[in-house]
Design a protein around this ligand. Structure first.
Ligand code: TRP
Length: 331
């Protein structure tokens, strides 16, 4: 069975875009592949988070993914820092990662621009740690969005380079599993500018309270309304309809569609309905998140089980790597 590895940034607060994107795919994949889903807390250190924020975010992300339906009995769900083998492989892989290629990485250049006072070596070697995450489980497939394609390409390069350098066939070359396919709905943000994203500030989080959801949706960008019957909807309006499409009943969508087409639509009414339907949609997930966040015992059980499974796989690979490189024990 092919192995799948994916890292989840520990920034917390999944939004509707994540839900209908990555998360839906993870949940599907756990039934068909040997899946490893981990929370990349070490990667987060590149931005120097406050310690209790770092830990709080890891907990939040863990609870949110479980609430969405990632099943720790099926998938291996773990925290990156619980698997020290990854850090050792990262060190070893750093020896074959070259300054030039790391400096040319787009994500490094972006980050260096965003945080000019903190251009640390961890930022530079971010793709090496990511490669270690992936190849330590001998992954065949890595589900990634557009923004991570280059990092995955580097993981492929490092895996290939290692195999060639030592003339072994130790690492499979991981392939991207791109899920931005035909039947994927791209969830737009509330600002009319395109995709929903946490950093864009246009997102509705799964953990948002009904009050927050209403506030955000009522502020969504619209235009001055249709001026002639059956005109094509501009992007800002189409975005709201796309959101309705995923959370509302078909007759609700049809109702507003008709009103748009005969120019009687009142965007306030549409937004009110949209907000209520999002609230209805996210309620069970939000309740589950809250329940999990209050259950430290369960979360620690999940993290421990995941760490054990991940370490079993990781330590096996690491032993092979050490052997190949010539790092051997005298005892
Ligand atoms: N860099 C990824 C992101 O920011 C997270 C990540 C870390 C990852 N290690 C990974 C993703 C390994 C896939 C595989 O989204």
């Amino acid at each position: 069975m092919p192995t799948v590895v994916s890292g989840i940034r520990s920034t917390g607060n999944l939004h509707l875009g994540n839900y209908f994107g990555a998360v839906k795919n993870f949940i599907e994949m756990q039934h068909h592949f040997d899946t490893y889903f981990f929370i990349a807390d070490l990667h987060s250190l590149t931005t120097h988070p406050v310690p209790h924020h770092l830990f709080g975010n890891v907990k939040q992300v863990l609870a949110e993914y479980l609430a969405c339906g990632i099943d720790p009995e099926k998938a291996t769900v773990f925290i990156q820092s619980d698997v020290p083998e990854v850090s050792e492989l990262y060190l070893l892989m750093n020896m074959n990662a070259y300054l030039g290629e790391l400096e040319r990485t787009t994500s490094f250049k972006d980050k260096a621009r965003q945080q000019p006072d903190n251009v640390n070596a961890g930022l530079l070697t971010y793709p090496v740690l990511m490669a270690a995450d992936i190849i330590i489980h001998k992954a065949h497939l890595v589900p990634v969005g557009k923004d991570q394609e280059q990092n995955l390409e580097m993981a492929r390069t490092f895996a290939r380079r290692f195999n060639r350098m030592y003339n072994v066939d130790l690492f499979p070359i991981p392939r991207p599993y791109v899920f931005e396919g035909q039947d994927m709905v791209k969830i737009p943000g509330l600002d009319g500018s395109g995709k929903m994203g946490k950093s864009e500030g246009n997102a509705v989080s799964l953990a948002d309270s009904p009050h927050e959801i209403r506030k955000k949706v009522m502020k969504a960008v619209t235009d001055s309304g249709p001026t002639e019957p059956n005109q094509q909807k501009p992007e800002v309006i189409q975005n709201l309809f796309t959101l309705l499409d995923v959370v509302s009943k078909p007759d609700v969508v049809a109702h507003f569609d008709l009103q748009y087409n005969n120019c009687s639509i009142r965007y306030g009414d549409l937004k009110k309905q949209l907000a209520e339907d999002i609230i209805h949609f996210t309620a069970p997930i939000r309740e589950k998140i809250e329940m999990l966040l209050a259950d430290d015992q369960y979360l620690s059980k999940v993290a421990k089980l995941g760490a054990e499974k991940a370490r079993a796989s990781a330590s096996k690979t690491l032993l092979e790597v050490r052997e190949v490189i010539g790092v051997k024990k005298f005892y």
